[in-house]
Design a protein around this ligand. Structure first.
Ligand code: ADP
Ligand code: MG
Length: 581
């Protein structure tokens, strides 16, 4: 239960609506209560007139009570509508708040959080778990208040009529509540299994559709079908198990209500023979029993809703109460220097325990270009991660000018950096939107200029819709080189203080590559840039090149100096030069 306390702040936020909702519940219940009394009065009037033989006014009395019952039913309906409109609306509002809060938290958390948690889990927290919590905030709360008020009103009314009868009539109800609790618990468990299997079917189908090219070319359709069929088969099995228990639900409630009604008539009959109550009271009691039965049944249901919500909220809190590994301590904007200093930096990735960077020191002066060269897995991208502060160093420091990176505002830092990762991820949408990703408004002229600088404008113009071409799923398929160049155009549009090209020219041919690099040189004349590559041709113009191996710098110098050293760089240069010629 304590996990649900987190939600109290939302109740407090909507306290006025909540209070109004409670008033509506009370009024609705009052209108539900009185018709039972009218029935009794009508009953007694009829019996009296039969006994006395004076039937002249009976029909008048019946019409009066009949109309009152209808009127009260209508009024009850109106207030029940109002109560749903307040309490259920509150739950939707809190659902909205909570979803946004979780989403904001996700965005604030560091990359390592995403490495540790599966995307499916993140999605479940924000969709399924929030929905379950909403069931607690809305229906569970509403019915709980309702039951509380109804019990108070109905039982106190019953007690004023007959204590004995009240006792016998209420006797089967706790049994009903407990059995409904067990039934609905089992129902929930089974329906969760059904849901899980449904996700499995979706996942299987999704994978098949994504890999349809491979499946067809391997002529593997039958196997794919078999996997799908098996998944469907166990879905059906689970669904049938659920149906079995669901089938129990209503008969159980109906039979318990039946037992109570029989008791009412039997005990009521005896009592009325004794003259303790009137015949009309029996009819009145039957109505009370029916009024109580559903709420009692729903106690079991509510309990299991609350339990599920608590489990969900616990999972949500696991994420909500996390603090990011990369903390943004500085709230106000900080200027970012173009000098970058790595001082004896070590980085061990906590999730894989790989020491990706070892005792690394170097300095990059504003306006200079740093080349980083090394084999796959040597730690090149890790340096980019550290410069963008996607990760913090394990020991040692990264500084911009005289300021440690940890004392820079994270937003200022990242706004100043134009980072292009190897797999230049593009969002679904138009090419224009992708290029102008860094700003809220799209500057068409700048978009075209950036595309030109990234040497992709001609190809964009060749598309039927030009800049408005949709990319991503159901859009045009771009080649690897086109993607990389769009990612580069996106960064040129951003016009950052520091460029980081992380192996993002690998799928681009040599002439285009040189044109883009020339452009980069122009753009970053008085700014710093870092170019990461495993191709020497990409780096050779850099002011300084560091050669990495296994997270350590093994050589450093300009292209010519490194060639003169005749070391690792020189060896690779010869291999690559031979390949190209
Ligand atoms: N986010 C990460 N979490 C854990 N380990 C990582 C992560 N990124 C890279 N590594 C590991 O760190 C080492 C260096 O990787 P990386 O910097 O990507 O090399 P490069 O860019 O030179 O290919 C590799 O062994 C890689 O498996
Ligand atoms: Mg890399």
């Amino acid at each position: 239960m304590k996990h649900l306390f987190y939600l109290n702040k939302f109740f407090w936020k909507y306290r006025i609506l909540l209070a109004i909702g409670t008033v509506f519940i009370i009024i609705a219940n009052l209108f539900a209560l009185y018709p039972a009394e009218f029935v009794r009065k009508a009953f007694d009037a009829v019996i009296l007139s039969m006994n006395t033989g004076n039937t002249s006014s009976t029909s008048k009395i019946l019409v009066k009570y009949g109309s009152l019952i209808v009127l009260f039913a209508v009024l009850k309906g109106v207030f029940m509508y109002c109560m749903r409109q307040t309490i259920i609306v509150i739950s939707r509002k809190i659902e909205y708040d909570l979803k946004n809060e979780i989403y904001q938290q996700y965005q604030a958390l560091s990359i390592s959080f995403y490495k540790k948690n599966k995307t499916g889990d993140l999605m479940n927290r924000i969709s399924e778990d929030v929905s379950r919590v909403r069931m607690y905030l809305g229906p569970a709360l509403m019915y709980a208040i309702n039951i509380f008020i109804l019990f108070f009103l109905v039982i106190s009314k019953m007690l004023t009529i007959s204590t004995t009868l009240t006792f016998y009539v209420l006797f089967p109800l706790p049994i009903l509540a407990i059995s409904v609790y067990f039934v609905s618990n089992t129902m929930n468990k089974r329906s969760e299994k059904v849901q899980a299997q449904l996700s499995d079917i979706t996942a299987v189908a999704q994978e098949t559709f994504s890999g349809i090219k491979i499946i067809k070319s391997f002529s593997n359709e039958y196997n794919a079908l078999e996997v799908f069929m098996n998944s469907c088969k166990s879905y059906t099995k689970r669904q049938l198990e659920l149906v079995k228990i669901e089938a129990l639900f209503f008969p159980l409630i109906i039979s318990m209500i039946g037992v109570s009604s029989v008791l009412t008539v039997y005990i009521g009959g005896i009592e009325s023979f004794k003259g303790n109550i009137s015949t009309g009271n029996i009819a009145e009691f039957i109505i009370y029993v029916n009024m109580l039965a559903w709420p009692v049944a729903s106690i079991g249901w509510i309990t299991s809703l609350v339990q599920r919500a608590a489990a969900s909220q616990e999972r949500i809190n696991d994420f909500l109460l996390l603090t990011s590994d990369v903390e943004n301590k500085i709230t106000k904007h900080t200027p970012i220097s173009g000098d970058i200093i790595f001082n004896d930096v070590n980085l061990r990735y906590t999730d894989t325990n790989i020491q990706a960077i070892k005792n690394l020191s170097f300095t990059l002066k504003e306006g200079e270009t740093l080349g980083i060269f090394g084999k796959t897995g040597s730690g090149k991208s890790t340096i980019a991660n550290l410069v963008c502060r996607l990760y913090d160093t394990t020991t040692g420091s990264v500084s911009f000018g005289n300021t440690n990176i940890k004392n820079l505002n994270l937003n200022s830092l990242r706004r100043a950096i134009g980072y292009i990762p190897q797999d230049g991820y593009l969002f679904s949408g138009t090419i224009r939107e992708n290029i102008a990703f860094s700003s809220d408004t799209i500057d068409n002229h700048k978009t075209i200029e950036s595309a030109k600088k990234a040497d992709i404008l001609d190809e964009i113009n060749d598309f039927k819709d030009g800049m408005d071409t949709i990319i991503g799923e159901r859009g045009v398929q771009l080649s690897g080189g086109q993607r990389q160049r769009l990612a580069i155009a996106r960064t040129f549009y951003k016009n950052p203080k520091l460029y980081i090209f992380d192996d993002c020219l690998s799928a681009i041919d040599a002439t285009k590559e040189q044109r883009i690099l020339n452009q980069l040189r122009l753009e970053s004349k008085d700014r710093s840039s870092i170019i990461i590559s495993h191709r020497i041709s990409t780096l050779k113009e850099a002011d300084k090149i560091i050669v990495l191996d296994n997270g350590k710098i093994i050589e450093t110098g300009s292209h010519n100096e490194l060639l003169n050293d005749k070391g690792f760089y020189y060896k690779i240069y010869q291999i690559q030069a031979n390949k190209e010629s």
